[in-house]
Write a protein that binds this ligand. Structure first.
Ligand SMILES: *[C@@H]1O[C@H](CO)[C@@H](O)[C@H](O)[C@H]1NC(C)=O
Ligand SMILES: *[C@@H]1O[C@H](CO)[C@@H](O)[C@H](O)[C@H]1NC(C)=O
Ligand SMILES: *[C@@H]1O[C@H](CO)[C@@H](O)[C@H](O)[C@H]1NC(C)=O
Ligand SMILES: *[C@@H]1O[C@H](CO)[C@@H](O)[C@H](O)[C@H]1NC(C)=O
Ligand SMILES: *[C@@H]1O[C@H](CO)[C@@H](O)[C@H](O)[C@H]1NC(C)=O
Ligand SMILES: *[C@@H]1O[C@H](CO)[C@@H](O)[C@H](O)[C@H]1NC(C)=O
Length: 543
């Protein structure tokens, strides 16, 4: 489980190792994969490296250039060293490194922790050759290493996400040690895919970044999937340790302009690396260039505090979220995410988010909103992520709360109570699982102060049903659960992932209608459909 002491060990590593392999803010750059798949070449790398310079993107921080899968030849040399494919890279690795350094850019290397490289059937990976390969990366002048996770158990199965080998930290730790042994400093980018348990705990200690999901793909729905998976990683995110939501689709002409802004903004508030993947020549639209060049959004990503924003409200039926993150200078970033593909007007109370008043700046509109306090009514375009940077914040007092533990609920259907180990299923140490079709969890005698609708609940839940094999279809990293108050109709919420395993609690704040003043309220959690609901630890009424 996570603990404060693990965090301290992470900090010590940051200062105690001789080499600084951790960047204080999320890495930024360009990578061949999204545009060229596993078909990089020297010409392609140079075209885009030059593009970074010509478009001024290097000056905004995009300075790491990485040929992804497909760069190396089918065999190692007589000293067992990886070789560049000289058909694709006639000048070889060292010359490419010199070329990139000559442009003031960093040279990103790529390999994998398994027998073979991703996207190939016969190109060797680094397993068993970690020291030799780290020394090669060093000799070519590498600055970063992206380390993938294919062919973990065989030479024939590329993606084996269930094996102990693929889920284990061991091979990634081995390469971390090998990189420590070479002369140059490397930033280490883990591409383990977020499989197995407690990935943020171990990956944030050895990696500058860690991929926490299966690949992004060229469709809007992958934004929803990856966003729901990044939610719990705020616990591990800090300067030098960033959750990698995967490379950007901005500039690939697969999202609308509004969706590109949403995607870029969501990656920025979550402190993901910003790795471009579009071709940086006349393929790139002026709109996409403006999005990836937005200095205020980049500044949110690159904020010195290095804190990931948190999902602080979800309105599932209404299809929008509120996100809130801390920024340096006692500022905050507020994100209003419209998942609906239509415009809608939303309203929210700043005091219930802990903010009495503030000065707001609408980042994408590049306009000052002015002083804000109380209830805000905002119109969101289809698939818009509105970002406000709040400064001069005065805080609102926290509401009073009453907690209802899972143990006090009446269970029906297959729902069952589990006692958890010490420090698990916090804060109650127990959870209700198996909330399948027809199951329900009923809390009687719940006390509410007033009859106003929109009562705020903090629902403590556990969901570690991560979408890996389902990621290419509709896997969403969510589970549905309904809440019904006093016999009203059950309303559905999509619960994201909660933590690093089936015992780490997350909290989703939702607003419900129908409480009555007094102590005879009835709250029923249930299952919306055919799948499983998340496990339930308890809930809190905040009013
Ligand atoms: C280099 O890449 C080309 C194009 O993918 C491929 O045809 C060739 O076999 C590769 N060469 C080696 C030595 O792996
Ligand atoms: C994959 O092939 C390599 C090279 O032939 C071999 O050393 C290794 O044992 C093979 N891995 C498995 C799991 O069979
Ligand atoms: C969103 O709506 C637009 C316009 O109606 C449509 O072209 C687009 O396909 C929709 N996008 C998604 C992801 O459904
Ligand atoms: C910030 O708030 C203080 C009072 O808390 C006020 O005196 C000051 O004018 C505000 N700054 C701006 C720029 O509005
Ligand atoms: C949640 O419910 C919605 C609406 O019924 C459905 O479309 C979606 O597939 C459900 N999600 C899961 C993970 O079951
Ligand atoms: C509270 O919400 C319920 C259900 O949405 C609705 O029927 C009722 O009119 C609302 N009451 C008030 C006072 O807004």
């Amino acid at each position: 489980m996570r603990s404060q002491s693990l965090f301290l060990i992470g900090c010590l590593t940051l200062t105690a190792t001789a080499k600084n392999v951790k960047s204080p803010t999320p890495p930024m750059g360009w990578n061949t994969y999204n545009a060229y798949n596993c078909n990089p070449s020297e010409d392609r790398v140079k075209l885009n490296a030059q593009g970074l310079i010509d478009l001024g993107l290097n000056k905004l921080g995009y300075n790491i250039v990485t040929p992804d899968c497909g760069w190396n030849a089918r065999s190692r040399d007589s000293s067992h060293r990886l070789q560049w494919n000289t058909t694709l890279f006639p000048s070889g690795g060292k010359a490419l490194g010199e070329y990139l350094h000559g442009l003031g850019l960093k040279f990103g290397l790529y390999s994998g922790a398994g027998y073979l490289q991703c996207g190939s059937t016969d190109i060797p990976g680094s397993l068993g050759y970690e020291d030799i390969d780290a020394e090669s990366f060093n000799s070519w002048g590498g600055d970063t290493l992206k380390y993938d996770n294919c062919y973990a158990t065989s030479n024939t199965t590329m993606v084996d996400s269930d094996s102990a080998e693929a889920k284990s930290p061991t091979r990634f730790q081995k390469m971390a040690t090998s990189l420590e042994g070479v002369d140059r400093s490397f930033q280490y980018f883990l591409c383990q895919w977020g499989i197995g348990e407690n990935v943020g705990d171990w990956a944030s200690k050895i990696g500058n970044t860690w991929r926490m999901s299966n690949d992004i793909y060229n469709a809007w729905r992958s934004i929803w999937r990856i966003t729901n998976q990044v939610v719990p990683y705020w616990r591990d995110t800090r300067p030098g340790a960033f959750p990698d939501m995967d490379m950007l689709l901005v500039g690939l002409n697969v999202l609308s302009a509004e969706e590109e802004r949403f995607h870029f903004g969501m990656w920025a508030i979550n402190k993901s690396p910003l790795m471009l993947g579009g071709i940086l020549d006349n393929h790139l639209s002026a709109t996409s260039l403006a999005i990836m060049s937005n200095k205020e959004v980049i500044a949110i990503d690159q904020d010195s505090l290095g804190r990931q924003a948190q999902l602080v409200r979800r309105y599932t039926v209404e299809e929008w979220d509120i996100w809130l993150g801390e920024l340096s200078g006692s500022r905050k970033v507020l994100g209003l995410a419209n998942w609906r593909n239509e415009s809608q007007s939303v309203s929210f109370d700043l005091p219930s988010l802990g903010i009495s008043s503030a000065i707001a700046r609408d980042v994408w509109a590049a306009k000052d909103v002015g002083s804000v306090a109380g209830t805000q009514n905002v119109k969101l375009a289809a698939h818009e992520l509105k970002l406000w940077v709040l400064s001069n914040i005065t805080t609102a007092s926290a509401p009073a709360s009453t907690y209802y533990s899972a143990a006090s609920a009446k269970l029906a259907g297959g729902a069952s109570l589990t006692q958890c180990s010490t420090d698990d299923c916090l804060p109650t140490g127990e959870k209700i699982g198996n909330i399948g079709s027809g199951a329900s969890v009923t809390f009687q005698s719940v006390t509410a102060k007033n009859t106003a609708n929109k009562t705020l609940l903090g629902v403590d839940f556990i969901n570690y049903d991560y979408a890996f094999t389902t990621a290419w279809a509709w896997g969403s990293n969510t589970r549905n659960m309904t809440i019904a108050i006093n016999g009203g109709s059950p309303k559905r919420w999509a619960f994201p992932l909660s933590g690093g395993d089936w015992y780490e609690t997350g909290r989703l704040f939702v607003e419900v209608d129908g409480f009555k003043a007094g102590s005879s309220n009835r709250v029923v959690f249930g299952n919306a459909g055919t799948g499983w609901a998340p496990d339930l630890v308890g809930f809190e009424i905040l009013e």
